[in-house]
Design a protein around this ligand. Sequence first.
Ligand code: BJW
Length: 225
Amino acid sequence: MADKIVILTGAGISAESGLGTFRDEGGLWSQHRIEDVATPEGFARDPALVHRFYNARRAQASEAQPNPAHHALARLQAEWPGDVVIVTQNVDGLHEAAGARAIHMHGILAGALCGCCDHRWPAPPEMAPGMPCPACGQPTARPDVVWFGEMPYHMDDIEEHLQTCDLFASIGTSGQVYPAAGFVQEARLYGAATIELNLAGTDIGAAFEDRRTGPASRIVPAWVE
Ligand code: BJW
């Protein structure tokens, strides 16, 4: 029995909840330039554009419902006799909506962050350039998400979980963005069994001992049962 399971999730687990992925055909990065909307430099150049991008995604996420894959992971976390740690790259909050706890390594759409003093607070539905931080008063509010070139959150905790887990599962992520793409190697190095669940093959698929392909809403509940 795997005492401790670490599960990494990506945009693919929320695709069947109606939220677009980034790199699939028609995905977010085919409609927006990464440099414009997902880097600190893009935000400095055109904060209004970046806020519009995240306001739209925040509105979409607030309407979305968790799908059978999110529910299956919540069930697993509640019922497994050992630890089930969900590390998500997703910012949509759908793991929590399904009743699970997750570590948000790329932040959360529902959060605002002060670029000046690092204070965090719940984001209003619409953010705009120049919004003041409620703690320091500076006009430096931004979405509490991790852009390229920034350090993902909770990395010390995540490293510890990767080094102490018996099973590492990766669900619905393309394996193109680091450091998450390197987690499978790290977990293997420390002796974990590894499995990838994805709609299709990925660039890092060969690093996993076991692979299941198909839509998350079908293959995740089947894997959990
Ligand atoms: C289904 C499905 C269905 C579809 N069922 N599956 C050169 C080499 C190596 C690294 C670098 C490099 N140059 C720069 C870097 C670092 C950079 C990086 O990785 N760049 C790469 C592009 C090369 N990384 C960073 O900058 C990160 N920071 C960092 O590295 O700090 C330094 C550090 C050093 C040491 C330790 C730790 C840190 C920060 C990365 C931040 C990424 N931010 C974003 C935006 C977040 C906010 C937002 O949501 O807007 O995060 S970008 C975007 O990509 C988002 C995602 O979380 C992330 C990953 O995407 P994901 O989830 O994998 O989605 P897709 O679309 O790529 O894939 C979807 C998958 O689902 C596909 O496989 C489908 O098949 C599948 N799927 N439908 C099941 N129904």
